[in-house]
Design a binder for this molecule. Structure first.
Ligand code: CA
Length: 226
């Protein structure tokens, strides 16, 4: 979800600046608030996809913010905690945060958490069944069927098929496929030939539906959904 909107609620201006700069650089839309009350107004007005929330805040602290938001929304919340006793409360209480990072944190770590949380959130709202022709993919049970008959795929083959189906006919480059299937950081270390090998095996297993996977010259692959 590259266009996701993130609300940063934090009273340390320097930290807000660093987070905003780096999140925007990573392709997110960023709105900020410097205290808990302004944060709640921004939350209702901006409808962010994720909130990065400091705990010690003027007016309304992060715990109160979290509780208030959870009464009306399941929007993911990443907590920033500065002290051990805060962390104990985050972990010990059912305040409804999705994850936390402890201060001082690296920007890289925050970005990784944000990405992981948004990915989980997207998976939750995505449809559980994908279809193309006689091909049927049950994302919840990890079952593939062709003309009603189950086909056994390796986990990576399954992920490839899922990515292709989800892209809705759009061509995916080998790099994109690597990133989606192996995760961004590891994609650098994996040869793009690996993609071709997996696609070849996947085509083999898809039998009568193999031709749905189309090689797009100089780009990668796409899946015919007609
Ligand atoms: Ca603070």
């Amino acid at each position: 979800m590259p266009e996701a909107k993130i609300l940063v609620v934090e009273d340390e201006k320097a930290l807000v600046k660093v987070l905003k700069y780096n999140l925007e650089k990573a392709g997110y839309q960023v709105v900020t608030a410097n205290d808990g009350e302004a944060g709640l107004s921004a939350f209702h007005e901006e409808k962010p996809d994720l909130v990065i929330l400091d705990i010690m805040l003027p007016k309304k602290d992060g715990f109160e913010f979290c509780k208030t938001v959870r009464q009306v929304s399941q929007t993911p919340i990443l907590m920033l905690t500065a002290r051990k006793d805060e962390l104990d409360r985050v972990l010990g209480l059912e305040i409804g945060a999705d994850d936390y990072v402890t201060k001082p944190f690296s920007v890289r770590e925050v970005l990784a958490r944000v990405k992981a949380i948004l990915r989980r959130a997207a998976d939750k709202t995505a449809p559980l069944m994908l279809r193309a022709g006689t091909l049927e993919v049950d994302l919840e049970r990890y079952v593939i069927k062709i003309k009603g008959k189950p086909v056994t795929l390796s986990p990576k083959e399954f992920e490839f098929l899922k990515c292709l189906l989800k892209s809705d006919g759009r061509a995916l480059s080998r790099d994109e496929l690597l990133e989606k299937v192996w995760g961004y950081d590891r994609s650098m270390e994996i040869d793009t030939n690996t993609v071709d090998q997996h696609i070849a095996r996947l085509r083999n297993k898809l039998g009568s539906e193999a031709e749905r996977i189309v090689t797009v010259k100089n780009v990668g692959y796409r899946l015919r959904t007609d």
